[in-house]
Design a protein. Structure first.
Length: 288
């Protein structure tokens, strides 16, 4: 039904749109409840150095353990967390939790934390990162912050200033999902990232398309020229590992080594990766 709103225009109230608004409102209430009830958890996925096959870092990945729906992946709720601003307290919690967890890990691997563009745009980020380091006692050099190019797209000079202040704390800054968007190269020009994570869509094409091989080779070559690290995301098979090694990637991350695992399983996975314990590795891959 259409209804005049007094401005000479007709406004349409479609039932489908109404239902969507209602669902969003219900999910928002559920998310606020979940935050208060501490239903968020961090999982961790190992990142390996290619040449030595040794563990160098873990990426912290957010999960929602819903009392009725079970474990929910971040793509299903982070956009709404961002929309309603709840990503700010949740993001600060992720930073603190990741630093606290990393303090307990044998061998002192680094920990990588994903940052939302909303966190980058908020004035309190540098203080939050500094506080997470301070409270946990983690050395800044062990913390890596991952951002996507959407952060850089607005060409806001304040963003680069924030990144520079973060870098001045001693943390490393990585560009996530490199190549997946339209302005990855432009972003690299605007800020001296320490690392590029090659989007897994390119890794998936290795051994299947010459284009993917050429692109991965070009990106790793560029990283060498820039003197920065390149990480291949989404390495699932031994063939892909050999391919990214051949193209010169510095680090790899993917189901081949382990799926993201709960914090409690990290110490045993560290042991298994060091010892080449196949059973524990298969468990990490969800194959056992
Ligand atoms: P991302 O930062 O690019 O994280 C890598 C994603 O790839 C993870 O998905 C991981 O489980 C998945 N992955 C890793 N290896 C493989 C593989 O071999 N094959 C395949 N098919 N997938 C692989 P996840 O955990 O669902 O996270 C999705 C995205 O959600 C992340 O992408 C990141 O952008 C966002 N995210 C996760 N945690 C946080 C957080 O704490 N804060 C913010 N702002 N974003 C987060
Ligand atoms: Mg990431
Ligand atoms: Mg990524
Ligand atoms: Mg991603």
């Amino acid at each position: 039904r259409a209804k005049a709103d007094g401005s000479g225009c007709l406004r349409f109230f479609e039932p489908a749109n109404d239902t969507r608004m209602h669902e969003r409102r219900v999910q928002e209430i559920d998310l606020r409840r979940a935050w208060a009830a501490r239903e968020f958890e961090l999982f961790f996925q190992p990142i390996m150095q290619v040449t030595t096959r040794r563990l160098v870092a873990f990426e912290a990945l957010l999960r929602w353990r819903h009392p009725e729906r079970g474990l929910i992946q971040p793509d299903a709720f982070i956009p709404l967390l961002e929309e309603i601003g709840l990503i700010l307290p949740v993001g600060n919690w992720v930073l603190s939790e990741a630093c606290r967890a990393a303090m307990l890990w044998p061998g002192a691997p680094r920990v990588a934390v994903n940052l939302s563009p909303v966190q980058l745009a908020h004035g309190g980020l540098v203080a939050s990162v500094a506080a997470a380091l301070e409270e946990s006692g983690l050395a800044a050099a062990r913390l890596e912050l991952e951002i996507t190019e959407t952060v850089m797209m607005k060409e806001n000079p304040a963003t680069v200033v924030t990144l520079e202040r973060l870098k001045a704390l001693g943390v490393r800054i990585a560009m996530d999902d490199f190549g997946a968007g339209y302005s990855s190269l432009r972003s690299l020009q605007r800020f001296p990232f320490d690392k590029v994570k090659i989007d897994r869509s390119f890794v998936a094409g290795l051994g299947q398309s010459q284009q993917s091989e050429a692109i991965v080779r070009a990106v790793t070559g560029m990283c060498v020229s820039l003197g920065i690290t390149s990480t291949a995301e989404g390495v699932e098979t031994p063939e892909q590992l050999l391919a990214v090694e051949k193209e010169g990637c510095t680090e790899v991350q993917g189901f081949l080594f382990s799926r993201p695992i709960p914090e409690g399983q990290v110490p045993s996975l560290i042991g298994a990766l060091a010892a080449g314990d196949d059973k524990a590795l298969l468990r990490g891959r969800g194959l056992l």
